[in-house]
Design a protein around this ligand. Structure first.
Ligand code: GTP
Ligand code: MG
Length: 98
């Protein structure tokens, strides 16, 4: 028996994907590659770059989905006093408001 097709409703929904991980691992680069959004800045030094949560959207023609990528500050941030707990709080607060 063939597998059931995905319900059409799931295709019409927009998708949000949060990109999270340690600082300097290419989160913003990955988002930039997909969206070409100049607001998503890539780091050019040993210092952490992204310091607040930002979103960038693109349309995926293959699936017909509008995808919102969430760029987040990296864990193990180089800024003084910026703990992982602080970063996680920052991300959680953003996602809670969505
Ligand atoms: N070799 C290599 N370098 C990469 C790759 N992706 C990103 N980089 C480089 O790694 C550095 C950091 O990239 P970002 O995209 O700013 O990393 P990030 O995870 O957003 O960092 P934060 O914003 O500090 O959390 C930049 O100099 C990128 O050019 C990759 O796949 N390979
Ligand atoms: Mg970044």
């Amino acid at each position: 028996m063939p597998l059931p097709a995905s319900p059409p409703a799931s295709r019409s929904k927009d998708v949000m994907v949060a990109i999270m991980g340690p600082t300097g691992t290419g989160k913003s680069s990955f988002i930039n590659l997909l969206t070409n959004d100049e607001n998503i800045r890539v780091g050019h030094s040993t210092e952490s770059e992204t310091n607040r949560v930002l979103t960038s959207r693109y349309f995926d023609p293959e699936s017909g989905l509008s995808v919102t990528l969430v760029d987040t500050p990296g864990f193990d941030d180089s800024r003084e006093g910026c703990s992982d707990v602080h970063i996680l709080e920052n991300i959680t607060n953003f996602l809670r408001e969505e």
